[in-house]
Write a new protein. Structure first.
Length: 458
């Protein structure tokens, strides 16, 4: 029989964790691994270690083994769920949980344990702990209604648990019920005081529910010099630009990079912050996005990642919602330029404070007559020449007279003969259906002709 001094092994693992050496901690408790199926103390020690090491290889496998060995041991199941949930929380909230991942294991384990004991047979507090763990796991699986039910049932058993109110607030935030989230976080604050994670989430939900004064108070408690604007929203001066990650699908206007047209992907958009939690989108999306230039958006407090940009850290946050849609006019375009940089130079001369965004440039081989716009008519093709297709968006201020701007655009293009620009959305916004239809044909024609001629080129 294997004899291991469990308290001594736990002490050694704790010392290694405090020293920032996870591998030494794993080694210290490695002798307990053969015992986890038969010794609850050994299983509990290993679970405590895994809770401190989310993301470490082997976590799901060993925790799953303990779940199978002790399916109705409430203490071990709650510890196992806690370790799995901490592991699952590494996945950003805008991504789906992987099938069969840590969140799913935790949700299933808590449900099995509850079912094994039957309703009313457990001590109410033990039952509540299982409900909280199941609720947290369901939240990470984006099963928000079920998660809310579990946490509310747990709070019926003990309404004085600050952490459970905090967890309920996370569910409400995840389902974008910001008013309910604000209520939950206020209750949690009454019980636990000014903890930073709580204050961040309270500020986010206050902004999301339009309670600017509450958001200002929470941001000030976090150390920000927040002010309440005349529009009733918080404002913190001199915050650096950041990026938000938004979900996108294809625009329906042809190929857009490596993602298939109907697939969902992510884009990073620049934002001018008005507070640490909300701001105005300052760049235009490439594909069809859930947010775009000029939108007032709200983001979560935990970044997807942090990269270096211009020698400074640049956080990237997952989008939570749109607080107000921008009023700018945003139009996609495809442009043909004879030489690199011509579209960018043309963009500097856009009339009426228009702004151009260049998203992609690709070389195509077109005959000179196709490049001049004659591909809509039958003609004898000349030898393919290298031209460049440019894709992007043009943004115009709200209130722009689009008919007058289209005329000014034509005059501007005449001064840049090396650029041919196609923008169907502008004609559609004006109500000029024939021009819009022709523009769509021109768009498709440029792409198809380029592809065909490129295939014929030896």
């Amino acid at each position: 029989m294997i004899r291991v001094d469990i308290p001594q092994a736990i002490a050694a693992a704790s010392q290694a964790l405090q020293a920032g050496d996870p591998q030494a901690a794993l080694s210290a408790l490695a002798p307990l691994m053969p015992l986890v199926d038969s010794d609850p103390e050994a299983a509990a020690a290993r679970l405590s270690l895994w809770r401190a090491l989310p993301g470490q290889p082997g976590l799901r496998q060993e925790v799953g083994r303990i779940l199978d060995a002790w399916p109705d041991d409430v203490t071990l199941i709650t510890r196992a769920c806690d370790a799995l949930i901490r592991d699952a929380e590494r996945i950003p909230i805008d991504q789906p949980a992987p099938e069969g991942g840590s969140a799913q294991l935790a949700a299933d384990a808590a449900e099995r344990c509850l079912a094994a004991h039957g309703q009313g047979s457990l001590d109410p507090m033990l039952e509540a702990y299982l409900l909280v763990n199941r609720g947290n796991a369901l939240r990470l699986l984006h099963r928000h209604e079920e998660a809310q039910t579990c946490l509310e049932q747990a709070l019926e058993r003990d309404a004085e648990r600050a952490g459970w109110w905090f967890n309920l607030g996370l569910v409400h935030k995840a389902r974008r019920a910001f008013g309910d989230g604000l209520k939950a976080y206020r209750r949690a604050r009454e019980l636990m005081g000014d903890e930073r994670p709580l204050l961040w989430n309270l500020a986010i939900c206050a902004i999301g529910s339009g309670k600017g004064a509450a958001a200002v108070e929470a941001l000030r408690a976090l150390g920000h010099d927040a002010q309440l604007t005349p529009r009733g929203m918080p404002y913190v001066a001199d915050l650096p630009p950041l990026q938000v990650r938004v979900a996108t699908v294809g625009s329906g206007l042809g190929p857009e990079g490596v993602l298939p047209e109907r697939s969902v992907g992510f884009e990073l958009l620049w934002v001018t912050p008005l507070s640490p939690c909300h701001g105005v989108v300052a760049s235009a999306s490439y594909r069809q996005a859930s947010a775009d230039f000029g939108d007032l958006v709200l983001w979560d407090g935990t970044p997807v990642d942090v990269v270096e940009h211009a020698g400074k850290p640049l956080p990237r946050f997952p989008l939570l919602g749109i607080l107000r849609k921008g009023e700018e006019h945003i139009f996609r375009y495809v442009a043909l330029q004879q030489q690199k940089g011509q579209v960018a130079a043309f963009g500097e001369t856009l009339p009426g404070d228009g702004r151009i965004f260049i998203h992609r440039e690709q070389v195509e081989h077109l005959c000179s007559r196709c490049a001049s716009g004659e591909h809509m008519h039958k003609h004898e093709h000349t030898a393919p020449e290298e031209h460049m297709l440019v894709y992007g968006k043009i943004v115009l201020p709200a209130g722009t007279d689009l008919s007058a701007w289209r005329e000014a655009l034509g005059a501007a293009l005449a001064r840049h003969p090396g650029v041919q620009l196609v923008m169907p959305g502008l004609h559609e916004a004006i109500g000029d259906s024939p021009a819009a239809g022709k523009a769509h044909q021109l768009w498709r024609g440029l792409e198809k002709r380029g592809q065909r001629l490129e295939q014929r080129t030896p």
